[in-house]
Design a protein. Structure first.
Length: 57
């Protein structure tokens, strides 16, 4: 038996996507609030994930 994927998968929730990236080490845990935002910023990752979700819909 495996996990059943419904409508609420990691792709449906931008926060879950960012959490996965943090766990993988691709994104930092906490934003340093520098201007401009660094590439490993969780704020930028969340914006990007929301954009991709809106684009897919």
């Amino acid at each position: 038996m495996g996990k059943k994927h419904g409508a609420k998968g990691a792709d449906a929730d931008p926060k879950a996507t960012v959490r996965k990236l943090i766990k993988a080490g691709k994104v930092k845990k906490k934003c340093c609030k520098s201007k401009p935002r660094c590439k490993k910023c969780p704020v930028l990752a969340l914006k990007k994930a929301k954009g991709e979700l809106a684009k897919a819909a």
